[in-house]
Structures are given as C-alpha cells and as structure tokens.
Design a protein around this ligand. Structure first.
Ligand code: CP
Length: 307
C-alpha cells in the first residue's frame, strides 16, 4: 500500500511496489484518456530550492494531466525562505495547502528532514549529490520499455559517479534485480562514494568493476548510462575544468558497441554525448525524459491512493 507514504530513497519501496508504479505508468501510456480526471480537486506543491527543467516540468505536467493543480516555487528567492524561514516551518505551511509535495534541495537529507514535519507525502526530487528516486523510476521504466526486462543486464555508468545522485539511486535500485552487473567508468577523482561500493555492492555480492577507459568495456554493455560532470558540486573550478570533458561519446566510440546497446542520460547534457549520436537508434534519452512524466503520474496517483 503506497497511499500516504513518502519517497525519499529508491529502497523505501519494495521491488513489488516499484513494479506496481511501473505497471501503472504503462497503463497510463496506453490509455491516457482514462486518467485525466484522476486527481480532480488535488494539489501538488513543488518546492525547488535548486534549478530543474525535467523534474519540475514533468511533475507539473503529470499533475495537470491527471486533472489536478500545482502551486510552488522554482527557486526559493520568491518565498519566505529568503527571510530565514526554516524547512520545518515551510513544510508545515505548504502541507496545510496541498495534498502532496515534490521537493528538490541542494543539501543531502533535506527532503528526509522535511518528511518528519509533513502531514502529506514528500517526494524527494533530488537532494544534493545524494539520491534522485524519481529519476530512478524514470530510468527503470525506460529500461523496461527498451529492453523488455530489468534483470540480466550489464549496465555501464559513465562520468561523474561521485556526485551523480541519479547514478547512486540507479545502482541502489538495479542491484536488487537478478543477473545485473555494473561497469563503473570514471576518472579516479569521480569514483562512486565508498558507501555505495561497500554497502550496496560489495556486501551484497553484486558484481561490479571500476575502470577509467570507456573504450575498453564498450562492447560488453547492454546499457550505457552517461552523466554530466556537475560544475555546481565542485569546490575548485580548476578541478572541474580538468575533468569536465573526461568522456565524450561520439560515433567512433559507438562503433565499438553492441547493435542493441541502449544509451541513457538523465540530462541536462553538456558535452558528454555528441549531438551526432542523437539520430542513432541506440540513443534512448529523449524517450527517457518523456517516460519521466508518465512515471510521475503513476507515482502521484499511488501516493494519493487514487489508483
Ligand atoms: N534529470 C534531471 O533531474 O533533470 P533536471 O535537473 O532538469 O530536473
């Protein structure tokens, strides 16, 4: 039963619960007209303390397509946060007006902290370099649609694996499926955090390898999940400039890949996928961002208990 629950971490929900959301998303994709009044009279609050295009727009589009309404802020400068209001006071206030809240914050753990003070479900829409569980739902739906399964896959994750919250959440979620192997491709400085390496992978006996050169493993991958080196997470600009173009996926590198490779990217993209790849049938990232809206429709409906 998902009604009234918060979603802070991908592991908050069991595999069965995640799959019930994916199944509902597929039903929505195939019968969109049947869901257009599901959230009549319901309001989503969007509290974005950090910039976003896909997550905020897709949450808002999702609620509107379900017949509900949306209020909120795209940056905290227009709210009483600027007067020094605390997260508990902001959350208690907004929760009095809305039925469900999507919150993005630059501080790790902020949505979890908010959930202690909320009378309505809180959805973590990304907290610092920590987790991004609705991107994971998006990625799971995309993988299910393009591969037809979530098990028995070799998944390459490439780029900024240290600060990339989408990577952390996806590893957590996919490590629960049988026969999944991870190939972690990054510069030494941007390797996955130790807690992911130890608690999520090594201690659970999940097969993984860490490597620097994408070309060496390209032919083994079923999925290549590219990520941006995130300027906003670096303390030192010189380090960012040195690392930002570590990986650029272009036609030459793609020649080494399987014909049925699926390329995903949570976006925004900077330089890491050349635009010439966009027309390649293996590029799935534009479908992926569309699936994000459908899966958020399903998530909202489940947490509100209307489907
Ligand atoms: N994938 C993602 O979180 O994109 P935005 O930062 O644009 O929301």
């Amino acid at each position: 039963m998902l009604k009234g629950r918060h979603l802070i971490d991908p592991k908050d929900f069991s595999i069965e619960e995640l799959e019930s959301i994916l199944e509902l998303a597929e039903e929505i994709i195939n019968n969109q007209g049947d869901f257009k009044n599901l959230c009549d009279e319901k309001i989503l609050g969007t509290l974005f303390y950090e910039p976003s295009t896909r997550t905020r727009f897709s949450f808002e589009a999702a609620m509107i397509r379900l017949g509900g309404r949306v209020i909120g802020f795209a940056e905290p400068g227009s709210s009483s946060v600027m007067k020094g209001e605390s997260i508990p006071d902001t959350i208690r206030t907004v929760a009095s007006y809305v039925d469900i809240i999507a919150m993005r914050h630059p501080k790790e753990g902020a949505p979890k902290y908010a959930s202690y003070y909320s009378s309505v479900p809180i959805i973590n829409a990304g907290d610092g370099g920590h987790q991004h569980p609705t991107q994971t739902l998006t990625d799971l739906l995309t993988i299910k649609e393009v591969k037809g399964r979530l098990s028995n896959l070799t998944i390459g994750l490439c780029g900024d694996l240290k600060f990339g919250r989408t990577v952390h959440s996806l590893i957590k979620a996919m490590s629960r499926y049988e026969g999944v192997k991870f190939v972690l491709i990054s510069p030494n400085e941007l390797q996955i955090p130790e807690y992911i390496r130890t608690e999520v992978l090594t201690n659970k006996g999940i097969p993984f390898m860490e490597i620097e050169r994408l070309e060496e493993v390209m032919d083994s991958l079923d999925i290549l999940y590219m990520t941006r080196v995130q300027k906003e997470r670096f303390f030192n600009e010189a380090d960012y400039i040195r690392l930002k173009d570590s990986y650029i996926l272009d036609r030459d590198k793609l020649k080494l890949a399987k014909d049925d490779l699926s390329i995903l990217h949570p976006f925004p993209r900077v330089n890491e996928i050349s635009y010439e790849i966009d027309e390649d049938p293996r590029a799935c990232y534009f479908d992926q961002l569309k699936y994000g809206m459908y899966v958020r429709m399903a998530l909202i409906a489940k947490l509100l208990g209307v489907a």
